[in-house]
Structures are given as C-alpha cells and as structure tokens.
Design a protein around this ligand. Structure first.
Ligand SMILES: Cc1cc2nc3c(=O)[nH]c(=O)nc-3n(C[C@H](O)[C@H](O)[C@H](O)COP(=O)(O)OP(=O)(O)OC[C@H]3O[C@@H](n4cnc5c(N)ncnc54)[C@H](O)[C@@H]3O)c2cc1C
Length: 271
C-alpha cells in the first residue's frame, strides 16, 4: 500500500532545487510540507544563464513581480541567439524567438514570401521578423497585444545564482523549510529500495515521503544512491569542458546571446 505523500525533500539549492521548491509550494500550497537541503560548502554552478521563453511561463505561474525579478537577478532581455562563424568564418544567422510573418490558412509564411520573390517582389525574409528587427536595432518593448504579428517573444539572461536566491526568498516566505548541511550518506528502504533518509555531516537525519534530486552533477540520489547511471553521449558531443569567464561590459547591452564557433569549440557570450 502506498502512503500518501505528506513531506517532499529536495536535495540541492541551485536553480533546479529552488525552482522545484517554488513551483511545488505554489501548486500544492499547504497540502505538503517541503524541506530543501543544501550545503554552502558545495555551492552552486551559478554562472550567467541564457534562458528560453518558457521561463516566463514559469515566472507567471509563480506570480512573481517582473520588475522585482529583473532587478534582483540582474536580468537582461533575450530576443534571439546569434550564431557566428558556424558555416564559415564571417557567416552569421539569428535564431530568433519570434517568427517571420504569419501562417495564413495553415500555410507557413515563407511559402507566400517565396511566391512573392518568384513574382519579382524581392524582399528579405528577416524583414518580417519583429524579434530580428528589434535585436539588430538593440530595442525591446513589453508590448501588450493579442496580435501574434506584433508580439515579441523573449526570454532573459540572468545570473543563475541570483535567480536561485530570488526563488529561495519566494519559497521561504511561503513556508518552504531550508536546511543547511552537507549530506554524507543516503539510506534506502530495505523493502522498497526507495530513498528513505538523508544523513547529514552534523549527524542530523532528514526523512521524507518523496525525494527530488537537484544535487546537480553530484547526482546524490539518482546516481550515487540508486545507481541509475546515465547514457554516454560523448561520441556525439565532443566538447566536454566549459570554462566560465566574465567578459567586458559593452556600452549597449545586446538583447541576444552570441554563439561563436572557434576552431576548438564554441563560445557562448551572455549579456
Ligand atoms: C559554463 C556554463 C554555462 C552554462 N550556460 C547555461 C545557459 O546559458 N543556459 C542554461 O539554461 N544553462 C546553462 N548552464 C547550465 C546551468 O547553469 C546548470 O545546469 C544549472 O545552473 C545547474 O543547476 P542545478 O540546480 O542543477 O545544480 P547546482 O547549481 O550545481 O546546485 C547543486 C546543489 O546541490 C547541493 N549539493 C550537492 N551536493 C551536496 C551535498 N553532498 N550535500 C548538500 N548539498 C549538496 C549544492 O549545495 C547546490 O545547492 C551552464 C553551465 C555552465 C557550467
């Protein structure tokens, strides 16, 4: 017989941990108790983060104040990703979060654009993509519109560690309990094999009905305790190292991420 879940324990307080805590608390409110365990000795990844538009849905579900979010996470607007030097040195293209033109009668816009071109009406497809036009003009406006032609789908660049702090504040205010402590050992239930208890360095024991592993690359529950392992994709992904470095501040903050190909890897530049 399954026991009802009354207490959820989240292992880790990086972006994954605090996003999980905030969302569960928002959705399940007082139905469950939530405890999050993290260790300042281990720390977070916490680099500059380039997100994609669903981050806004996430913030909307939480009901966070957007101005507060932008301020506290030092966020900037992201309209697109600009790929540079990928096809050949000097080549570039934008992957925008918007779209060129509008689908009419189930027919994507580029068909109309191609037809117009064949008929002698020569235009650039990008001229119909508002995100692209805003990105290259370094502009953005929070438009309130139902018209998809005028919408500017966007995401944010922000500091991942500040976002975790922001959501920590949100979650604790709503009753999520945070425990500071290094997890030494995880014990499993002898019968079910499920995670049962966390044993902290200071000898404290944390029990719960449902555990969520947000311990990042350490994978304390999924890998270490449960031995699930992972699929090795290194044959498809030859780049297996990342170096994070602060870059020079530009006079005008760009509203897009740059992805720049190099002879030995690629560079992600996040405003
Ligand atoms: C250079 C670089 C660039 C990146 N760029 C992007 C990007 O542009 N966009 C994007 O979406 N993602 C990006 N990522 C990935 C993203 O930053 C990470 O996947 C994400 O921040 C990881 O968050 P996390 O919460 O899973 O893990 P972490 O931030 O590693 O948090 C792990 C948590 O587990 C806790 N923990 C671990 N072990 C223990 C223990 N024994 N006891 C107690 N607590 C423990 C830690 O205290 C910490 O709170 C990038 C990553 C890197 C390295």
């Amino acid at each position: 017989m399954h026991k009802p879940i009354k207490k959820v324990v989240i292992v880790g307080g990086g972006t994954a941990g605090w996003m999980t805590a905030a969302l569960l608390k928002k959705v399940l409110s007082s139905v469950i108790e939530i405890e999050l365990v993290e260790s300042e000795d281990v720390g977070r990844i916490g680099v500059g983060e380039a997100t994609i538009p669903p981050i806004r849905d996430f913030n909307d579900v939480l009901g966070v104040n957007n101005a507060e979010f932008l301020r506290e996470t030092k966020a900037t607007i992201k309209l697109a990703i600009k790929f540079e030097n990928w096809q050949k040195i000097g080549s570039e293209y934008f992957h925008t979060f918007g779209a060129a033109g509008k689908t009419i009668a189930f027919c994507p816009f580029h068909h109309f654009w191609l037809r117009a071109n064949q008929s002698g009406y020569q235009t650039n497809l990008w001229d119909y993509d508002l995100n692209y036009l805003c990105a290259i003009a370094n502009k953005y406006s929070p438009l309130q519109t139902q018209n998809p032609l005028l919408a500017i789908p966007h995401a944010y660049h922000f500091d991942a560690s500040l976002y975790a702090n922001f959501l920590r504040k949100y979650s604790e205010k709503r009753g999520v309990k945070r425990t500071e402590g290094f997890i030494n050992h995880v014990s499993l239930n002898a019968e079910t094999g499920f995670v049962e208890k966390l044993h902290l360095k200071n000898d404290a024991i944390i029990e719960g009905d449902f555990f969520i592993d947000c311990s990042g690359q350490r994978s304390l529950l999924i890998h270490k305790a449960l031995g699930v392992g992972y699929e090795d994709w290194s044959h498809w992904l030859p780049c297996d190292r990342a170096i994070a470095a602060p870059s020079e501040r530009l006079t005008n903050t760009l509203p897009y991420t740059r992805s720049i190909a190099h002879s030995a890897g690629w560079q992600w530049r996040i405003p």
